[in-house]
Write a protein that binds this ligand. Structure first.
Ligand SMILES: *Cc1c(COP(=O)(O)O)cnc(C)c1O
Length: 458
């Protein structure tokens, strides 16, 4: 059975079910498998079968193959496209991979619909319950809520930055009427929400009395589910054996890291283009080899309004040759001084695989308008950041697949501003504007938030 180790090297190795329920490692690190299994040669033509084949090595020994295949099947049956993640051609060398055909219209569903089912399976087996706390900059919250709202074994509390998510994003979370779902608007930024969640996990007494669990992007199972669509996209383009470049609109670095894993497992990938909005710490890191903190500025692509990309740690430990304590030290320096530098050899390795570009809001709107004019297609601002970065960075003959991460109707104001056309929500979601909202406003204060969580546990 595959073992999972902490990126900081000071927590016990775990098996898949423990990693699933634990989220963050005891030493503050993120779990990674001790080795990368090779991709299967099998190339089934439906998404769910491919997904089961690609992911099985990560869960083998912990979940029966048939049970796993049936969970994966149920997961992708909730998507409204027969391809699950369909490809759309922009031109001869540029394709969009639409990852938003799940229940909440953003790519987070691809992973979280599966994670919800994995949680129920494992909690049933153990006859246990958990309380999930998570921070969201917008899309994770609704996707996580949608993944567990019918569960008898899971309670969920989602923190979001007050006033910094779109109306659609907020209503998708706050109009869910399930006894196990709570939403909290925090007076602060997404990074503040994420820090609160991290601090709750770091408080051992609090963590164990609430049986805390996480489904935010640090959870390994989410990265695992995202590996699949890189393989899928390459296969659909007939490029399982030909290197392809992927362009990924990036916030927490989880999505692009999954692409890196697909490559490590044997998918021929040319390079990964990291697309940022004005919160561009990652693109600056790739350009300069230095990680320098900056304030978070709100943009039209709020799910990428992040300066501290938690999943970057998974790549850093690899750049540091698997040295967990050195990784912890690098991140500690960054926390304390607001900056940390890679060595030039580490920076070279980073640049061999990744390139970055950043788009501000005006450039993002221009891309939305241009794609609409040229292709008659409405794209959301996150996708537009990706498309713009791909156009800027791609070499003349390079084939690029840009990941399209949200339905345009999740961000109607930006799309309308750019194109004059207001994208409509699919009928299944339109009712969120008629239902009442339920949420609690709390200050950015750990003790207050902990009191609240202690009070809602069932
Ligand atoms: C979460 C999200 C992203 C960023 O993904 P990461 O895995 O955090 O890099 C981009 N676009 C949308 C629409 C998202 O919801």
């Amino acid at each position: 059975m595959l073992r999972y180790e902490s990126s900081r090297g000071r927590a016990p190795a775990l098996t898949f079910p423990d990693v699933l329920l634990t989220g963050l490692a005891d030493d503050g690190g993120l779990y990674l498998p001790s080795e990368w299994p090779a991709l299967t040669d099998a190339a089934p033509e439906d998404y769910a079968s491919l997904a089961a084949a690609v992911m099985y090595p990560f869960v083998e020994g912990a979940i029966e193959q048939d049970a796993f295949a049936s969970m994966v099947n149920d997961t992708y049956a909730t998507f409204d496209s027969p391809d699950v993640c369909p490809l759309v051609q922009l031109d001869d060398h540029h394709h969009l991979l639409e990852l938003w055909h799940g229940p909440t219209l953003a790519f987070k569903d691809v992973a979280l619909q599966l994670v919800g089912r994995l949680f129920d399976h494992e909690l049933d087996r153990r006859d246990e319950r958990v309380l999930i706390v998570g921070a969201t900059s917008g899309d994770t919250g609704s996707a996580a809520i949608e993944a567990v709202r019918h569960s008898d074994r899971v309670d969920i509390v989602i923190l979001f930055p007050k006033g910094r998510t779109s109306d659609v994003q907020r209503r998708q979370m706050t109009t869910v009427d399930s006894p196990n779902v709570r939403t909290v608007a925090v007076d602060g930024t997404f990074d503040d929400c994420q820090d609160l969640v991290k601090a709750m996990f770091a408080d051992e007494a609090f963590r164990s009395r609430n049986r805390l669990s996480a489904v935010n992007s640090i959870n390994w199972a989410r990265v695992m589910a995202q590996i699949v669509y890189y393989v899928w996209a390459a296969q659909r383009l007939g490029r399982r054996d030909i290197p392809t470049t992927f362009c990924v609109p990036t916030g927490n670095f989880g999505n692009v890291f999954a692409g890196h894993v697909a490559a490590a497992m044997g998918l021929p990938a040319d390079r990964f283009l990291v697309a940022s909005n004005s919160n561009d710490i990652l693109t600056r890191l790739i350009d300069t080899g230095e990680m320098v903190a900056d304030d978070v500025v709100p943009t039209l692509s709020p799910s990428m309004d992040i300066q501290i990309s938690s999943n970057l740690e998974r790549l850093l430990v690899e750049l540091l040759d698997g040295n967990g304590p050195a990784t912890a030290e690098l991140l500690q320096t960054f926390r304390e001084r607001g900056r940390s530098a890679l060595t030039s050899a580490q920076h070279e390795r980073l640049r061999a695989e990744f390139a970055g570009a950043r788009l501000d809001d005006d450039e993002t709107l221009a891309v939305i308008a241009d794609v609409h004019r040229t292709h008659g297609l409405l794209i959301d601002p996150h996708t537009a950041v990706g498309v713009g970065a791909a156009e800027r960075l791609r070499r003349p003959d390079e084939t690029v697949i840009t990941l399209s991460t949200a339905h345009p109707a999740k961000f109607p104001d930006a799309v309308e501003k750019a194109t004059g056309v207001r994208p409509e929500l699919p009928p299944a979601l339109a009712s969120i504007f008629e239902r009442g909202e339920r949420f609690t406003v709390l200050p950015n204060d750990l003790a207050t938030v902990q009191d609240y969580v202690d009070g809602v546990r069932r």
